[in-house]
Design a protein around this ligand. Sequence first.
Ligand SMILES: Cc1cc2nc3c(=O)[nH]c(=O)nc-3n(C[C@H](O)[C@H](O)[C@H](O)COP(=O)(O)OP(=O)(O)OC[C@H]3O[C@@H](n4cnc5c(N)ncnc54)[C@H](O)[C@@H]3O)c2cc1C
Length: 304
Amino acid sequence: MMVERLRRIPGLATRENEPLAGRTTLRIGGPARFFCEAGSPKALRDLVGFAREEGIPLLALGKGSNILIPDEGFPGIVVTLGGELLTIAIEGEAVRAGGGASLMSLAIQTRNAGLSGLENLSGIPSTVGGAIRINAGAYGSEIFDVLESITWVSSEGGMEELDAVTVAHGYRWSALMERPGYVVGGVLRLIRGKREEIERRFAEVTAKRKNALPREPNAGSIFKNPPGHFAGKLLEECGLKGLSHGGARISERHANVIVNAGGATAQDVLELMLRMQTAVVERFSIELVPEIEVIRIPAETSRF
Ligand SMILES: Cc1cc2nc3c(=O)[nH]c(=O)nc-3n(C[C@H](O)[C@H](O)[C@H](O)COP(=O)(O)OP(=O)(O)OC[C@H]3O[C@@H](n4cnc5c(N)ncnc54)[C@H](O)[C@@H]3O)c2cc1C
């Protein structure tokens, strides 16, 4: 039976009907039909092969900090990276990190090792895999600035080492977002710096972030900044701060952030997003593009 085969994949911990809301920073979304933690590249590749054979949709979940899961949940397999895919190894100025490792832990460990390059990214509540996929960035830095290579598992289950310079990337975008597959790790090349300097910048970034973002559950910026503009400023000029729909509200602190003020649904967030896009198109003729990944229920999965 299909479930039995799934459970027998070595290195994979599988649960059924696993709630996902608590695994996202917005605290929104229904359950995953199957939730698997892959403890090694081999376990992930076996899972990818299994999902392909069975025709079951597979969705990667990192720290859930840039994702909107449908209220109905996800009717396929949600996979998260664990075990050896959480490791961080520092060898001189090269740092190898698993795709499931926390970007914050990586920033702290490299800071403590006197390595510079991740200070501006400290505080982004991301996995390394999630950050590489979208080329996460802040305060003028992006992860691709320090990225040397990426370990990639394709949706066919093949594994390859990609040279980062061969992967097209830009603002909150990399070509990896346009091909199905999984970031299982990466190698970063940092530079040796003065420990006090690194610590000072780290503290500065932490303080800035604390003031910029709301305390309620959120997913950071909802829309990307359009070229030459700040999405937050455009939305603020439309007078949208504080606008709410159901349990979702546009933050009073930052007009490009939606918070879950209590009991918000994915539908509430989508409704607000539509109102934000409409207001900005009407006032400025600018189309806002979502930064958050809005997950749709795959059409062909009614049998799960
Ligand atoms: C408070 C707050 C502040 C933030 N600040 C910033 C910021 O300053 N800069 C910034 O760039 N972002 C910021 N973000 C957004 C978010 O943290 C980043 O986009 C982050 O990189 C998402 O990583 P994740 O592991 O949480 O991915 P998730 O949210 O779990 O997933 C996002 C997408 O990536 C896919 N994915 C996840 N892991 C993998 C993987 N290993 N392989 C392939 N696909 C994968 C998922 O399927 C999904 O499509 C912020 C978010 C919050 C909540």
